[in-house]
Design a binder for this molecule. Structure first.
Ligand code: 5GP
Length: 215
């Protein structure tokens, strides 16, 4: 009776550094093989656990700036002295073919996407407390003290911007957070603005069909 739009959902997920977003998204992707995570480009140096072409495409600052001029990015931002951006390639193609696309990006980029694609679904993952955020940032042990402090300052600002998102998910426990995101994605598929067409017979045929066994 209802024909739903085939187009996939553009899902933006942001979180302050240390909120555990990476783990939540990995688990979400493991459980939902039909979701597609866009691989971003960055000018930051690879960390030990980075795999070029898998975690990020790594560009020099100059290469990144050339790509900006070429119009290669859907959005990009400067974060902690480095560029980060979402390559446009593949995204429209994936959405058109009905695949849900996840962008794991920071807030400036998220707001650019929201402007370009107002129906994008924006989810903010929140750490359970500032104390836990600090513990996670220090525990990660991959950055210098200065970098950690800088990220902590950025996190403070970002948490204040949560109201610009559609949903907030507190990452107190990974499985809980994943369950909540799955529930949000399910609800999204039921929105009435996803209806392309209500397929009904004309009213006369409809009434005939409904009344045929009555009496
Ligand atoms: P990290 O250096 O820890 O991998 O990422 C730093 C921040 O950059 C994170 O908040 C991450 O979500 C964000 N980020 C990663 N890729 C992109 C992107 O393509 N665009 C934007 N705007 N932010 C990104």
């Amino acid at each position: 009776m209802i024909k739903a739009k085939k187009r996939g959902t553009l899902i933006v997920i942001s979180a302050p550094s240390g909120a555990g977003k990476g783990t939540v998204i990995s688990r979400l992707l493991e459980k939902n093989k039909d979701l597609w995570l866009s691989i971003s480009a960055t000018s930051r140096k690879p960390r030990t656990n980075d795999v070029p072409g898998e975690t990020y495409y790594f560009f020099t600052k100059e290469e990144f700036e050339d790509k900006i001029k070429e119009g290669y990015f859907l959005e990009y931002a400067s974060y902690a002295d480095n560029y980060y951006g979402t390559p446009k390639e593949y995204i429209e193609e994936k959405l058109k073919s009905g695949v849900d696309v996840i962008l794991e990006i920071e807030i400036q980029g998220a707001m650019q996407v929201k402007k370009l694609v107002p129906e994008a679904l924006c989810i903010f993952i929140m750490p359970p407390s500032l104390k836990e955020l600090k513990r996670r940032l220090i525990g990660r042990n991959t950055d210098t003290k200065e970098k950690i402090l800088e990220r902590f300052k950025i996190a403070y600002k970002e948490i204040n911007e949560v109201s610009k998102y559609n949903y907030v998910v507190i990452n107190d426990e990974v499985d809980n957070a994943v369950d909540k995101i799955e529930a949000i994605l399910k609800a999204e598929k039921c929105r009435v603005d996803r209806i392309e067409e209500v397929v009904l017979a004309n009213e006369e045929e409809y009434m005939h069909e409904m009344l045929v066994d009555i009496n």
